[in-house]
Structure formats: C-alpha cells, structure tokens
Design a protein around this ligand. Structure first.
Ligand SMILES: Cc1ncc(COP(=O)(O)O)c(C=O)c1O
Length: 434
C-alpha cells in the first residue's frame, strides 16, 4: 500500500469550510498552492483535515530537506521553548546561536576563517550579504542575472527578474543594480568567455561591490549554469576586487548532493546566503563568509530583533545532525539518479516535455509547445500540477514563464514514496495531454 490516500473530493468538506474564513479575512494576494488545509505532516506525507494523505514534493517551497516534524527537531524545539523563547541575541546571548554558527562555518567551502550572521528570511539574508559586500568594498553597485529570484524586499525585489507578479508596480526600485544575461542555450545572449566583456559593457567593474548568483536558479526554473561559467565569474570578480555571493537559499542544504550547491563546482564564494531548509521550517536564514568581511563593518550595522532566535537555532543544529546521520547528501545523489531516469523516460513519452535538468535531487521538467521553437507551455504545467494534486502529490511550478515543474522533495522520503509520486506525475501528464 502506498502513502497516498484520497478519500474525498479535493478540497474536502472540512477544507471548504475553513476556506470560507480564509476568503473573508486573509489578505487575498496570499494564495496557496494546495486547495486543502493540513492537519499534520510527517516525513514526506501530509494529511489534510478531511483525512486525505498527500506526498509533499514541494516541502514548503523547499524548506523541508529533513521532512515534516523530524523527531530530534521537535524534541529540541520543545526543550528550548520550555527554557526560553526569545532574548534577542544582541540583548542576552545564548549558546545555540554560537554553536550553529560554528557548525555552518566549519562546513562552508573555503580554507579561511569564517563567521555567520543569522536573520529570519531568505530575502533578509541576501539583503545583508549585499550590505556586508558594500561595507567591506565601500562600493555601490551590484550585479545580478536574468531569471534570478532573490526575495520581495525593496532591494531583493529589484534584484529579482520576473516583473509579474513579483515587481508589478512596486517601483521605484533600488538603484545601482545591474542585470546581466544568464547563459541559456535557448537565448544564447551570454556564452562562456563573455562575462568580463558583458560586465564592462554594463558597469565600471571597480564600482561593483558584489556579483550575486544562485548556483542553480530556483524560482527561475532550476537553470544550471554551463560548465565554466561560475569559474569565470570567480576569476573576473577576483581580478576587480568584487565579492562573489552565492545565493543558496533554495539550492543549499543538501538538495544537490552537496551541502552547499556551489561545491558542485571548483569555486569558493566570498559569501553565501542561506535560508529555507536550515531550520526544518522555522524562520531562520544566514550569511556565512570570510571573517574579514564582517570585521570591516561597524557594530550593530547588521542584525534583526528575531534573527537567530534560540528555538530556530536549536532546530538548525538538529537539521545538520540529521543530514550527517541519515547521509542525506548521498540520498540526494541516489534519488537524483532515479528522478533523472524517470524524467528522461517521461520526456520520451510526452512530447510536451522540452527538457529535464538539474543536479542531485534538485530536478525539473520544462513544458514547451514545440521542441524546435521552445515556446513555453505554462497552461500544461499548471494543469499537470492540479491533476497531480487531485491524485495525491503536491508539486511546485517554477520558471519565468511558469512552464516548469520542479521537485523540492524531503530527502527523508523512502524510495517507494519517490516512485509513487513520480508515477502520479507521469499519469497526470498523460491525462492532461490526452
Ligand atoms: C534563491 C532565493 N533567494 C532568496 C529567496 C527569498 O527567501 P524568503 O522568501 O525566505 O525571503 C528565495 C525564495 O524562494 C530564493 O529561492
């Protein structure tokens, strides 16, 4: 027997009742992927208020590498909550903050002394990485890429590419943000060997504090840079004294088979922004990087009231222990191979799949109307997500045109659950495409 169990229509009667309250009182732009309301989640399985069980292939938009409610995390949260919940580390400090900073520093790439600052959201981590780079270099400009997603604050919204829905009419945007093409084989606007020239065509390099790049783009559609591109950025940034910031809010913490996605390349970044999975779903984000960058900043010039909250730090410590103990990096590679094979089989069967791509378990399929013109097919991607949902699998879309389905699976799921979910996806594509 599989993990999925669908007993009612989706959403069921209890979910529909809760939806009435939501429709009246919850801010309407805050939509949800799932039409049902959760009662409990454990591992990769979510049970809704009507008793239906779903496989969660989205993990709270990529926050649940260790799955829902892992026991050591729950125990640490309970224990910490009974002792103290908040002090603000800058008022009364506590050890879990320092311990998690140590654990992340020791694991981050780079043979130099590192330090860690904690914040609450991915956007805050990215924004603070930029502040640190500006504070150290005393430069004003930053460089980002096409299809990037870095968050929803003024600066990170500016850094994000996709106008609708993320930027809409919310300008004027932050200044001194330069966007360069991301090397995409279908647009061919940036090729290996072009980066330095394109950079200089756009901005005076000695005015640039940082180049910020997602080692694998998340919301942008799981775009993997071509071999040599990240190395080239590293070389050019070194040449001009620019900091290389890897935004690993989505790609980090094991999904690609390495704890840090950038470790899939021979590149050591200056700063890394982390978020999402680092505290098993509690709001925690971080910037890790060379100690000398932090040393260059005035005291209190970075920070936040709740950043590095003790309960979240305790959860974060357990997450790293689980990744080590359960060998989740190896699991990501193994599951990545299974997914890759299954996606390639689906691509052969369904002409609507233009491409399958990714590294480790961070994999996606892209839907196109025609494999020659590469015209995006977002309608099919959306219909497949809905069909899979009705049949018990929660899947996330992605891509600047919304024509990508990406897997952000809890790595603790069983192989049987992985295959069960992929079967549902395969059947959903067949149903939607007739
Ligand atoms: C690469 C990347 N950076 C930053 C963010 C923003 O994170 P948050 O939504 O926690 O602010 C995201 C969120 O999806 C992301 O994928």
């Amino acid at each position: 027997m599989g993990s999925i169990l669908i007993k009612t229509e989706i959403p069921g009667p209890k979910s529909r009742e809760i939806a009435k309250k939501r429709e009246r009182f919850v801010a309407s732009p805050m939509g949800s992927l799932a039409p049902f309301y959760i009662k409990e989640g454990h591992g990769a399985v979510v049970e809704d208020v009507d008793g239906n069980r779903f496989l969660d292939f989205t993990g709270g938009w990529g926050c649940l590498v260790v799955g829902h409610t892992p026991e050591p995390v729950v125990n640490a949260i309970k224990d910490q909550a009974e002792k103290f919940i908040h002090t603000d580390f800058t008022a009364v400090p506590y050890e879990p903050f320092a311990e998690l900073a140590k654990m992340i520093s020791e694991r981050a790439p780079g043979d130099f002394e590192k330090q860690v600052a904690f914040f609450n959201s991915g956007a805050e981590a990215v924004e603070n990485a930029v502040k640190i780079a500006k504070g150290f270099t005393k430069r004003k400009a930053i460089v980002v890429f096409e299809y990037a997603f870095h968050g929803r604050t003024l600066l990170t919204m500016t850094m994000t590419h996709r106008p609708m829905p993320y930027k809409y009419v919310y300008g004027p945007f932050a200044s001194e943000v330069y966007r360069l093409p991301f090397p995409n084989p279908h647009t061919n606007k940036m090729k290996i060997g072009d980066f330095e020239r394109v950079l200089k065509d756009n901005v005076y390099p000695e005015d640039v504090a940082a180049v910020i790049i997602e080692p694998i783009q998340g919301e942008g559609g799981f775009n993997v840079p071509p071999e040599g591109f990240l190395e080239e950025i590293r070389e050019v940034t070194k040449k001009y004294g620019i900091l290389f910031v890897a935004d690993e809010v989505q790609s980090g913490y094991g999904r690609t088979g390495k704890l840090f996605a950038i470790q899939n390349w021979n590149v050591v970044p200056d700063l890394i922004s982390l978020g999402k999975s680092i505290a098993a779903g509690l709001p925690l984000s971080a910037v890790v990087g060379k100690k000398e960058y932090f040393d260059a900043l005035p005291g209190s010039s970075i920070g936040s009231t709740f950043g590095g909250n003790p309960v979240a730090c305790r959860a974060g410590i357990e997450v790293l222990k689980i990744i080590d103990k359960e060998k989740l990096l190896d699991r990501a590679i193994k599951y990545g191979e299974i997914i890759d094979k299954r996606f390639k089989e689906m691509q052969k069967k369904h002409s609507v799949i233009g491409e399958t791509r990714g590294i480790g378990a961070m994999r996606a399929i892209e839907f196109v109307k025609d494999r020659k013109t590469w015209e995006p097919d977002s309608a099919t991607a959306k219909a497949v997500i809905q069909e899979a949902m009705k049949n018990g699998v929660i899947l996330a879309g992605a891509g600047i045109h919304g024509n990508v389905i990406r897997l952000l699976i809890p790595l603790v799921m069983s192989e049987a659950e992985l295959n069960e979910g992929l079967d549902v996806l395969d059947r959903a594509i067949a149903t939607v495409t007739g």
